[in-house]
Design a protein around this ligand. Structure first.
Ligand SMILES: [Zn+2]
Length: 300
């Protein structure tokens, strides 16, 4: 099924209505666009066997494709508040970007982090003794969480190293000069011509990709031209490796900007978004390649 702007609009309207009911307006993930791109780029990399099982598992979904179900885990906040609460910590892991070392007891207590969630959902998906609807949800979780773990601010929080937890940039306030309208679920709106009040996490979840100003289909084609290819099982790595890699990107790519005096910079605009977008796009491509490889191995 092809994707349309119309559908995106409807989804966003539904999402905004759903999110208005939620109490905390915290950003949870790459935006709908980011997750959609990961699914869309991964789908053609599936083997025929995986393709067929994905179609079977997603039978009856309004949009039975990887892209079509990629944001389901975020939309749970509107459709199943209990499950959303239970799974809220499965979208991220807060590693310390000074070291980016992963210690499960410290960083993933009781398996409640994105690394353990990917492993757990993958096992459920692989288990053909599980009821089909349980495996279907595992597939939907996997598509989403493999996207999330490649959003660097879902894998670490810069200010943890300085004695405070900024919740993956959620508490790092940003005044953003951009032509991109805030997400429909955002309560914060700028006066006309004024910078948008937001935070660094939302810059990376939403504005970084949206500011490319491309339709989802055009964006997917452009990213494909940049190279999205199947990867071998040997090159796949593990969710812990991916999270450490994302965490290292926080400093290596200068996600937390400083001015000439070395002070944290909170006023950002097009120059920041344009400079960082190639990295964000590389992460989307890598997420898609890894998602396809995981599904190809799991759905043989
Ligand atoms: Zn998420």
């Amino acid at each position: 099924m092809t994707f349309s702007r119309q559908r995106l609009r409807r989804t966003l309207i539904a999402l905004s209505a759903a999110t208005a009911l939620a109490t905390t307006p915290t950003a949870f993930a790459w935006s709908h666009l980011g997750h959609w791109l990961v699914g869309e780029l991964a789908q053609p990399l599936l083997t025929p066997a995986a393709q067929q099982q994905v179609a079977q598992l997603l039978q009856g979904e309004p949009n039975p494709t990887l892209a079509g179900v990629a944001s389901w885990a975020d939309e749970l906040r509107g459709s199943d508040a209990g499950l959303a609460r239970k799974t809220a910590k499965w979208h991220y892991v807060d590693l310390d970007p000074e070291r980016c070392d992963y210690q499960p007891p410290r960083d993933c207590p009781d398996g409640n982090c994105v690394i353990a969630a990917i492993d757990a959902q993958r096992q459920i998906l692989a288990d053909v003794a599980q009821p089909p609807e349980v495996r279907r949800d595992a597939l939907k979780f996997l598509v989403h969480f493999i996207g999330d773990v490649h959003q660097p601010l879902h894998a670490g929080a810069r200010h943890m190293a300085e004695g405070g937890d900024d919740a993956g940039g959620n508490k790092y306030q940003v005044s953003l000069r951009t032509a991109v309208a805030p997400p429909s679920y955002s309560a914060k709106r700028a006066a006309p011509g004024a910078p948008t009040p937001t935070n660094l996490h939302s810059v990376w979840d939403y504005y970084e990709l949206e500011s490319a100003i491309l339709s989802p289909e055009k964006y997917a084609n452009q990213l494909r031209q940049g190279g999205v290819a199947p990867i071998s099982p040997e090159a796949l790595g593990s969710p812990a490796v991916w999270a450490v890699e994302s965490c290292k990107g926080i400093d290596a790519q200068g996600l937390y900007p400083r001015d000439e005096d070395g002070q944290w910079q909170h006023k950002l605009g097009g120059a920041y978004l344009d400079a960082k977008r190639p990295y964000a796009e590389a992460q989307i491509r890598t997420a898609a390649e890894r998602l396809a490889a995981v599904l190809n191995q799991t759905l043989k």
